[in-house]
Write a protein of this length. Structure first.
Length: 177
């Protein structure tokens, strides 16, 4: 009787060790996947911000030079429609000239680029464009992906361990008899 109790304790400890190891491996691989996904999303946003700077800075500079507020507003509204961009403004002499969206500085990437115009052979700094890209949707997507990975990896492991435990427990019971 004592021998059977000893086997049950060892079986229980073995089960806990296997489950703990499986959980650690699952958490580790999930963390790696989440980190890679997060870095990919951040690179994508940074690429978009670079593209905005390359594509819009000349048009914004020319509109600012002639102080065409309607055109500036249209350009900023266009930038705001780009995924993840939550706020854009143009400042001249530390004063906001035009803006689009709401500045949410929490959980965001910020990018500024200087607007320069050549006039009479001199390069003049006429303003600064500030862009805020929100990361809330990135965090939401990454956490959803983490939950999906955890469930999809843990469920088969747990199922396999349960089947092995049933088989192992039956084998031990038959060997004890």
């Amino acid at each position: 009787m004592e021998n059977r109790k000893f086997r049950q304790v060892i079986g229980y400890r073995l089960l806990l060790a296997i489950l703990a190891f499986s959980l650690v491996v699952t958490l580790l691989t999930t963390a790696i996947h989440v980190y890679i996904d997060y870095q990919r999303e951040i690179r994508s946003i940074e690429d978009d911000l670079n593209w905005i700077q390359e594509s819009y800075s000349q048009a914004i500079t020319l509109s600012l030079w002639v102080m065409d507020r309607e055109q500036l507003q249209a350009e900023l509204d266009s930038i705001r429609r780009i995924p993840y961009v939550v706020y854009v403004d143009i400042k001249a002499k530390n004063e906001v000239i035009v803006k689009s969206g709401q500045d949410r500085s929490d959980l965001a990437l910020h990018r500024e680029f200087t607007l320069t115009h050549s006039h009479n052979g001199k390069l003049l700094q006429i303003g600064v464009t500030h862009i805020t890209a929100g990361l809330n949707s990135v965090y939401g997507a990454v956490s959803d992906r983490a939950a999906l990975i955890l469930v999809s990896q843990w469920d088969p492991d747990f199922s396999h361990i349960s089947l092995y435990l049933i088989y192992f427990s039956d084998s031990c019971d038959q060997a004890a008899k």
